[in-house]
Design a binder for this molecule. Sequence first.
Ligand SMILES: *Cc1c(COP(=O)(O)O)cnc(C)c1O
Length: 374
Amino acid sequence: MNTMIEQKEDRAWVELDFNHLKHNVNELKKAMPEDCDLMAVVKAKAYGHGAFEVATHLNRLGVKAFAVATIDEGIELRRYGIHGEILILGFTSPDRAKELYKYDLIQTLICYNYALQLNKQGYAIKAHIKIDTGMHRLGFDNNDVEAIKKAFTMKQISICGIYTHLSVSDSLAKEDVCFSQLQIQRFYDLLEGLEKEGIEIPKTHIQSSYGLLNYPELKCNYVRAGISLYGALDSSTNKTRLQLDLRPVLSLKSRVVLLRQVKSGDSVGYGRSFIARRDSNIAILSIGYGDGVPRNLSGGNSNVIINGQRAPIIGQICMDQLIVDVTDIDHVSTGNIATLIGKDGNEEILATFVASEAKSIPNELLSRIGSRVK
Ligand SMILES: *Cc1c(COP(=O)(O)O)cnc(C)c1O
C-alpha cells in the first residue's frame, strides 16, 4: 500500500480531522447564547494543529473572529488571507503600531501606560481593553476606573472590545467558583460604572473554554475558545457543568524506520535504562522530543499504536527518534505507521492521556509539537 510514501508523511506528521473541527464549532455555538460569537483562539500554531489549515477552515465555516498571542501570528494569518477580526492577546511593542494598522489587527491594551504609548505612535489602532479582575497577569486594574475611562478617549485608539480572563474557571471547587464569581462580578460592576459615566460599552468577553463550560449563563459578545475547539479538554480536571461532545481534531503520527531483534539482557538506547527481559523485536520510530514528544514519557507506561495494537515506548526518548517494543505485535514492517496521538483500529490514544503521563496538560503537549512535524 505504502510503496510511494508521500514526502510530507515520511517522518513525523499531524493529521487533522476537519469534520471533528466543524462538529466542535457547532457544539460550542449551540452552548453559547444567541448573539454571542465564537472567537477561535489559534495562537501557538493553533495549538500545534497548524494556523493556516485551522484558520482557513474556520473562515470557511463562517468563523469571523480569531485570537492570537503575538503580532507575528496575526500578520501570518493575514498573509494566509484570513478575514475577520484578529485580536492579539499579548503585548506588542508600540513601535510596531504601523503593522497593527497595516494588517488591521486588534491590540489588547495591557495597562494604562501601554495605551498612552500606543496612542502616541501616529496610527489609528483598534484595541480591546483588558481588565485585571484577579488573575494579575495583563490588564487595567478593575478599580482604576479613571484610567480605563481615559483610555476610551484616546485619539488614535478606538476601543472595540473590553474583556477579562478567569484564573480558575476550570475548577468547580467551592472556593474556586467563589473566586470566578468575584472576577465576573468585578467585570460587570466596572461595565455598569462605565455606562453610568456615559461610555458606550464595546464588545465584551470573559470566557475561555472552561469559562464557557462552567459559566455558560454569561451573556457576552464572544467566547474565546481554544482547547475545546480542538477537542482536547484535560480529563484530569473535574467534570464541567456543561458537558459537550467535543472530538479530537489532531492525530500525531510517525513511521517505523527500522526493525531489529535484541537478546534478553541487551540494553536499548541512551543511559542503558532499558534492559530486555526477553528476546525482543524492537522498532525505531522517526519522532522524538525535538518534535514535541515529551522526554519524560521515557520509562513510563506510554504506548504508540501500530497496526491497531499498542506498543510500549522503551528506553530514553531521543531528540529525533524513539524506540518501541513490538514483540507482541503481528506483522510489523518498516514503513508502518505509528500513532502517538489518535486512533488506529480499535485503539485510541487521547492527547489528554499523553499529557497526564507527561505531568502536563493537553494545551502544552499540543502547542509544543515541533516545526519539523508536517
Ligand atoms: C489562550 C487563551 C485563551 C484560550 O484558552 P483555552 O482554555 O484554550 O480555551 C483565552 N483567553 C486568553 C486570554 C488566552 O490567553
